[in-house]
Structures are given as C-alpha cells and as structure tokens.
Design a protein around this ligand. Structure first.
Ligand code: ADP
Length: 259
C-alpha cells in the first residue's frame, strides 16, 4: 500500500542519513569510554566519583550498542548498481502509480525502447522516481498533468558548478503542472527535514535522500520550478560502460548486483 511505501522510503532516508553519522559517532564513543576507563582507575579511592563514572560508562556502552544497530541498518542500504533498462523501470513505475494516483492526475510515460542502460541501483532508482511522482501528486491537489520521461543526454565540459560533469547520461524527468515552489522553497528543497507539508504529512527527507543517492551513483540532480506553473526534476544517471557490469534483461528487482 501507499502507506507501506511511504514508510519504507522514510526508512531508507533515515538509513542514508544515519550511516555516515553513526560511523563517526562510534569512533568518538571509543574515545569517550577509553577516557572514562582511565579516569575510573584514578578514582578508586573516591566512591562518589567512581559511581558517576560507572554510570557514564554504562551510558556510553548503551550508545555504542545503538550506533552498532544503526550501522547494521545503514549497511543494508548500501547501493548495488547494475545495468538498468530505463523502459523497464518506467513500466514498473507505471504499474505502481496506477494503483496510487487517482484519475485527476493524468499520467504520461515517455521512453524510447532503445535507450542505453544506466548503471545504478534499481531499487533505489524506483524508490526515487516513486517519491518524485508522489511529490508531484501532492503539488496537484486539484489534478493536473504528470509526465515521466527518460532520454539520453551527452553533456560537454562543465559550464557552471551546478552543471553535471561531462559524460553520457540517462536522464529521468518528472514534470508536473502543480503549484510549483517559491524561490525560497526551491533553495531549501533538498535539505534534510525541510518540508512545507503539514505535520505528519511530510518528512522533508524525500529530495535529500534522492540527492544523496544520485550523487553517490555518479549522477546529477536538476530541479526547476515556477510558482503557479509546475516543477521539473531531472535525475542524470551515468550510462553503463564496459567494465561496470554485464547488461541484463532481468526485471529490475531481480538484477544481479555488480561484484
Ligand atoms: P516532503 O515531500 O516530505 O516534504 P521532500 O524532500 O520530498 O520532502 O520535499 C521537500 C519540499 O520541496 C516539499 O515539502 C515541497 O515544499 C517541495 N517540493 C518537492 N517536490 C515538489 C513538487 N513537485 N512541486 C512543488 N513543490 C515540491
């Protein structure tokens, strides 16, 4: 169901965010408990101080257990890129959106069958596109047009710091005719926990998660929005190159991860 999808997306986002932090935090905890143990040895004749140190040690032990759990959780989120056929991913997305969007949203999917494969984690890509489609739906409470498209683009030498690096990309676009964003919202949209949706409706993790995943995949995210007109989000993902992984005709969910 949509609720389950939203929940698993939230978990993925939390996983990505915590993974990096948990690792550094664990190192700091090692320093803290090491210092406390040294201090404990120096305080053997002061029972009050010793009790406080023992309490601090117990807490840092618990914190270490917690970060270990977070790390274990985050490790499951590691990307497994493989050859992803754009038309195939979009067919699956089409099926998922069919049961999620109501008729007021006119969905169109455009994808040439002969696009090159992208080298990306199919599960994460599917989650990202779904997230973008749900954002588009949320921006069109009274309905509108939603176009999801894929095409190949070759980019030349980088013209500006925000432009993608030179290369061959499969570009996935999600374009809506919704309420759009103010320049202010657009400037903050990718920040973790930034949301304009009400309490309990938005997590503010969707775009930040997508941004992180695309960057990690060697790609680029481009967001354009005009208040009152709509929004276009483009995900540039690198085209599969010889030596990445063997192309595969398997459905996205069943593709083998790269070694
Ligand atoms: P959430 O959807 O939980 O709010 P996101 O990170 O996905 O978190 O989006 C952050 C914010 O960016 C949204 O709250 C909204 O203000 C804005 N936004 C995202 N996508 C769109 C869109 N398609 N149209 C208009 N605004 C959008």
């Amino acid at each position: 169901t949509e609720e389950q999808l939203a929940h698993s997306q939230r978990l993925e986002a939390v996983g990505q965010l915590t993974g990096g932090i948990a690792h550094d935090f664990n190192n700091l905890l090692t320093v803290i408990s090491g210092s406390l143990q040294l201090l404990q040895m120096q305080c053997q004749d002061r029972p009050e101080a010793e009790a406080l140190i023992a309490s601090a040690l117990r807490s840092s032990g618990r914190a270490a257990e917690l970060t270990e759990k977070l790390l274990a959780f985050a490790r499951r989120q590691r990307l497994s890129p493989c050859a992803v056929v754009p038309a195939q991913i979009l067919r699956e997305l089409d099926l998922m959106l069919h049961s999620t969007l109501d008729e007021s949203v006119r969905l169109r999917i455009q994808c040439p069958e002969d696009l090159p494969a992208a080298y990306v984690d199919p599960t994460q890509l599917e989650a990202a596109l779904l997230n973008l489609a749900l954002n588009a739906r949320d921006a069109m409470p009274r309905g509108g047009d939603l176009l999801i498209a894929a095409e190949e683009r070759r980019t030349g030498a980088r013209s500006a710091s925000w432009a993608p690096a030179a290369g061959r990309y499969v570009v996935f676009s999600v374009i809506d005719t919704g309420h759009g964003m103010t320049p202010e919202t657009l400037a903050h949209a990718v920040e973790p926990f930034f949301t304009t949706k009400g309490q309990g409706r938005g997590t503010g993790l969707g775009l930040s998660m997508i941004y992180g995943f695309v960057k990690q995949s060697g790609g680029h995210v481009q967001i354009d929005s005009r208040l009152g007109y709509g929004t276009r989000v483009e995900l540039y993902l690198p085209v599969l190159r010889a030596g990445d992984a063997a192309p595969t005709a398997e459905p996205a969910g069943a593709t083998a991860p790269a070694p």
